[in-house]
Design a protein around this ligand. Sequence first.
Ligand SMILES: Nc1ncnc2c1ncn2[C@@H]1O[C@H](COP(=O)(O)OP(=O)(O)OP(=O)(O)O)[C@@H](O)[C@H]1O
Length: 249
Amino acid sequence: MDHIIETKDLSIYFDQKKILDKINIKIKENKITAIIGPSGCGKSTFIKSLNKMVHEEKNATIDGEILLHGKNINGMEKEIVREKIGMVFQNPMPFPLSIYDNMIYAPIYYGIKDKEKLGNIVKQKLIIAGLYDEVKNNMKMQATKLSGGQQQRLCIARALTVEPEILLLDEPCSALDVKNTANIEEMLKKLSHQYTIVIVTHNLAQAKRIAQYTAFILNGEIIEYDETKKLFENPQDERTKQYIEGIFG
Ligand SMILES: Nc1ncnc2c1ncn2[C@@H]1O[C@H](COP(=O)(O)OP(=O)(O)OP(=O)(O)O)[C@@H](O)[C@H]1O
């Protein structure tokens, strides 16, 4: 099995309105998958369903199945799902705590108490996120005082502290400049050797640069899902072609 997540006829409604319509997708393990599509097509709703965030919305109805390693996540506690599937949002959202306390928050929640162990996790994940050298002498500083790019790298590092298998990112670079975006893209490429990455992006060039697979969603439906190169160079559906040519969206 080369995929880690599979959805079967996944439909999501908010109130009575259908937002996602029978999504069938297999997300490949240790690859980067980009989710593209026009504003409001359901991209965020899709990734937020994978770690049960949508399940917490009172007005949401979820039909179909989301399988993690072949197991329906309906039968799994949300904490268990989120230990395996981390999420990073569009605007960096560090907790109003020190850098160090941001990093140990989740490991402590999941039961790690040993100070040395916590220290090692903090160091290791900050190194992976390319942030360690910039903050190692300032661990007690409020995380909200970091620059936007640093905050986003901190949020990625923080998401890695519980050793998830999958990282979901919802437009993680949309608030960042070109240099910070490049830093994060390089990091994600490296991380994909070890983690499965699903990234929502409006930036088609970004999808082309970093994702091995791309899914194009339109009005809540997956129109096309393929290797990124194929989808961009030889789209099979006219609507995909028009979207990537910038005719709409
Ligand atoms: N909690 C909610 N309750 C009601 N409607 C919602 C809720 N969350 C999202 N929606 C609606 O679902 C639709 C899809 O939203 P979603 O955020 O998934 O789209 P998107 O493709 O990620 O858009 P964007 O690219 O603009 O971020 C929108 O019409 C949105 O208003």
